[in-house]
Design a protein around this ligand. Structure first.
Ligand SMILES: Cc1ncc(COP(=O)(O)O)c(C=O)c1O
Length: 374
C-alpha cells in the first residue's frame, strides 16, 4: 500500500515544540519579537473589512507582494539587504519578475530543487549546512556530494568548486551558514561564481542575511545562474505565517513558476500576502529588532568566551557553542530543566555543540543564569 518512494524518505526534523510546560524557545532560530504593528493592522483590516477575500482564491502569483519585495530590496540598496545592519553600498535594480514567492523558503527550495537539479549528476553542498538540502535530495532522487568544511568550519570553497567542475547538477549553501553561523564574503562568492559552470544553477540561501553584513543580491546582474533564497521567518518574525522568496533572473523565475503551477497554484495565502506587503513597508521596525538581536548575540558570545566556552563569530541570530568535557546533548538536557530549549545535533563533528537562538534581553538573562551552572 505504501509507495517505495514514501518508504525511502528520511524527513527533516524541526526544532521540538514540547507542550508539557512553557519554555523559552531558543531552539529554532525564530524571532523573539512579534511582527510589526503595520502587519497586525493589515491583518485585522483584512478580517474586518474584507472577510470575503478569505473565501476567494488569492492571487496565484503574489504580484503585489513580489512588487513590494522588489521595491523594498531596491530601497535598501544604500544599506544592502533589508536591514540597517548591512553596510555594503550598491545600487540594486530588482524587478518583480525576478522574485518568486512560496509558502516559507522551505517550499521555495523544494520548487528550486525540482526546477534545476537533475538526478543524473550530484548536487554540491557543504557537509554541514541547512539539513533540509539532503532531505530534498532524497525526495527528488538527486545524488548529493557533501564537501567537508574546513577545520575552522568555514566553507572549503576550492573543493566545492573542484567537485562542481568535475560533475554537478548545481550547488547550494546557506550564507551565513547554519549551523556554523559563519559568513562567506560576497567577494568570495563572486570568485566561486567566476569558476563555476555558467550552465548550472548556483544557490545562496540567505535565510540569516539580515543579521550579517552583506548580501549576494548585488551579483545577480552579473551571473544569470545565481539564485538567492530568502525567508520572512527570521528577521521579519513570520515563522508562523510561512513566507519565503527567491530572487533570480526572470527566465529562472519563470521556470520556477511553471513548476509551482504544476504542484500548488496558490502557495501563498491571502493573509501571508497581505502581511508580507505590510512588512515590506515597515522595514525600520525589523531593522531595530535585528539590532537588538545582534546586541544580545554579542553579549552572549562575550559571556560564553569569558566562561571557558568555545563559540564562533556569529553572523546570524544564533550561536554555535561548546564546552570541553560535556556533550551538546548534556548541555541541552541541563538547560531544559530550567525551562529553556536549545538545539543539539546527532551528526558527527557537531555533536559537542549546542545551537542557541538569540532571544530577548530577558530570555538571554535567564539563559546565562542557567549556563552559569554548567
Ligand atoms: C538556512 C535556512 N534556510 C531556510 C530555512 C527555512 O525557513 P522557512 O521555511 O521558515 O522560510 C531555514 C530555517 O531554519 C534555514 O535555517
Amino acid at each position: 500500500m505504501i509507495s517505495q518512494r514514501a518508504k525511502n524518505l528520511d524527513p527533516y526534523v524541526p526544532g521540538e515544540q514540547p507542550k508539557d510546560r512553557e519554555y523559552i524557545k531558543l531552539n529554532a532560530n525564530e524571532n523573539p519579537y512579534a511582527p510589526s504593528g503595520k502587519v497586525l493592522e493589515a491583518l485585522s483590516h483584512l478580517i474586518t473589512h474584507k472577510p470575503l477575500s478569505l473565501a476567494l482564491y488569492p492571487d496565484p502569483d503574489s504580484n503585489e507582494l513580489r512588487s513590494a519585495i522588489a521595491q523594498s530590496l531596491n530601497a535598501s540598496s544604500g544599506v544592502l539587504g533589508t536591514m540597517g545592519t548591512i553596510t555594503q553600498q550598491i545600487e540594486l535594480s530588482i524587478s518583480p519578475d525576478m522574485v518568486f514567492c512560496g509558502n516559507g523558503s522551505d517550499e521555495v527550495l523544494s520548487v528550486l530543487f525540482y526546477s534545476f537539479f537533475n538526478a543524473d549528476k550530484p548536487l554540491i553542498a557543504p557537509e554541514h549546512s541547512y539539513s533540509f538540502y539532503p532531505v530534498y535530495c532524497g525526495y527528488y532522487g538527486i545524488p548529493l556530494n557533501k564537501i567537508p568544511l574546513n577545520k575552522d568550519f568555514t566553507l572549503d570553497t576550492e573543493s566545492m568548486l573542484k567537485a562542481s567542475r568535475e560533475s554537478c547538477c548545481g550547488l547550494i549553501f546557506a550564507n551565513p551558514n547554519a549551523p556554523t553561523s559563519l559568513a562567506l564574503s560576497v567577494e568570495n562568492i563572486r570568485k566561486m561564481l567566476e569558476g563555476f559552470p555558467s550552465n548550472k544553477v548556483f544557490v545562496v540561501d540567505e535565510a540569516y542575511v539580515d543579521f550579517s553584513d552583506e548580501s549576494a543580491l548585488c551579483l545577480l546582474n552579473e551571473f544569470k545562474n545565481l539564485v538567492i533564497v530568502r525567508t520572512f521567518s527570521k528577521s521579519f518574525s513570520f515563522a508562523g505565517m510561512r513566507l519565503g522568496y527567491a530572487v533570480a533572473h526572470p527566465e529562472l523565475i519563470e521556470v520556477m513558476t511553471r513548476v509551482k503551477n504544476s504542484f500548488n497554484h496558490f502557495p501563498v495565502d491571502i493573509a501571508a500576502q497581505t502581511a508580507g506587503i505590510a512588512a515590506c513597508k515597515d522595514t525600520l521596525y525589523y531593522a531595530e529588532n535585528a539590532k537588538k538581536i545582534i546586541a544580545q548575540r554579542e553579549r552572549l558570545i562575550d559571556f560564553l568566551r569569558k566562561n571557558g566556552w568555545m563559540c564562533y563569530d556569529s553572523k546570524t541570530n544564533f550561536v554555535l557553542a561548546k564546552k570541553d568535557g560535556i556533550s551538546g546533548k548534556e548541555i541541552y538536557e541541563k538547560v531544559k530543566t530550567d525551562g529553556i530549549l536549545l538545539r543539539h545535533f546527532n551528526t558527527p563533528v557537531i555533536t559537542e555543540y549546542v545551537r542557541i537562538s538569540i532571544g530577548t534581553e530577558q530570555q538571554i538573562d535567564k539563559l546565562i543564569k542557567s549556563l552559569e551552572k554548567i
